[in-house]
Write a protein that binds this ligand. Structure first.
Ligand code: 4AZ
Length: 263
């Protein structure tokens, strides 16, 4: 992620001090998306620090488990993290709940988002009263066919250098061919990642959406992970290929709570 920050910083600096928002049109969301309801997407959550500042997304994948990106969890202690569930409007403090995780699992091979393994699981002490979303399995290869229309959700920035969204937003993004992703990014690893969006940019996820879900057919197929800027032409968003991590993730997500005896 640090490497990514450098990338983004360089890009901003080399744009000669102009207030550049890439290709994003003003007033659009996620970037180029629309409002989404929490009722239709009850498994969508966001993460804040202990001051209430939202910085990432997540997905409820079991009653006490939230899947997010490793780069969202790395270097943070559970005590300084909050999972906000059941809340569509960040300012609506009366709806949903805020929960502090009791444990953080980060994929053992994780180094940086653009090298893959960008997955983490937060374990909660108490079950959340919201419907979890099943993860894509190893056998779900068809869901990653180029052209498959996926739906990304989040409370992230609505323009490359803009503010994060007050409301939950969604955007429809087609899976792009691996060869296109590899041409866009030399470090792209097709076994661990996929990219989605449009060759011309305009519609994309952005900072603050990472860790959050990209879904199709009632399954979590990806976790928002990285990209160069947001909604730029030829620079699509990159997502964790969840089917690739099904085994690792199940070992954490399906783990019995301590003290419970396997029958
Ligand atoms: C980020 O830094 C990030 N345009 C998330 C998504 C994308 C780029 C960066 C994709 O969290």
């Amino acid at each position: 992620m640090r490497r990514l920050l450098v990338l983004v910083l360089c890009a901003v600096l080399t744009s000669s001090g102009l207030v550049s928002t890439g290709t994003a049109a003003a007033g659009e969301q996620i970037i180029g998306g629309e409002r989404a309801s929490i009722e239709a997407n009850p498994w969508a959550v966001y993460l804040t620090d202990d001051h209430g500042a939202q910085f990432c997304g997540g997905t409820i994948v079991a009653p006490t488990k939230v899947l997010t990106a490793a780069h969202c969890a790395l270097g943070r202690s559970p005590r300084e993290l909050r999972v906000i569930a059941g809340r569509e409007d960040k300012q609506d403090r009366d709806s949903g709940m805020s929960v502090t995780p009791e444990d953080i699992w980060i994929h053992k091979q994780y180094v940086s988002a653009d090298e893959g393994e960008d997955v983490a699981v937060l374990t909660l002490k108490k079950a959340l009263p919201y419907t979890p979303l099943p993860m894509a399995e190893l056998t779900d290869r068809a869901l990653y066919q180029p052209g498959t229309q996926l739906r990304a959700l989040g409370w992230g920035r609505t323009s490359e250098n803009g503010k994060t969204s007050r409301y939950l937003l969604q955007a429809t993004l087609p899976v792009l061919p691996d060869a296109y992703c590899a041409d866009s990014y030399p470090q792209f690893v097709k076994t661990d990642m996929f990219c989605a969006g449009y060759e011309g940019g305009k519609i994309d996820t952005c900072q603050g959406d990472s860790g959050g879900p990209i879904v199709v057919e009632g399954k979590l197929v990806g976790v928002t992970s990285w990209g160069e800027g947001c909604a730029r032409k030829g620079k699509p968003g990159v997502y964790v290929r969840i089917s690739r991590y099904a085994k690792d993730l199940h070992s954490v997500v399906d783990a019995l709570p301590p003290g419970v005896v396997d029958p």
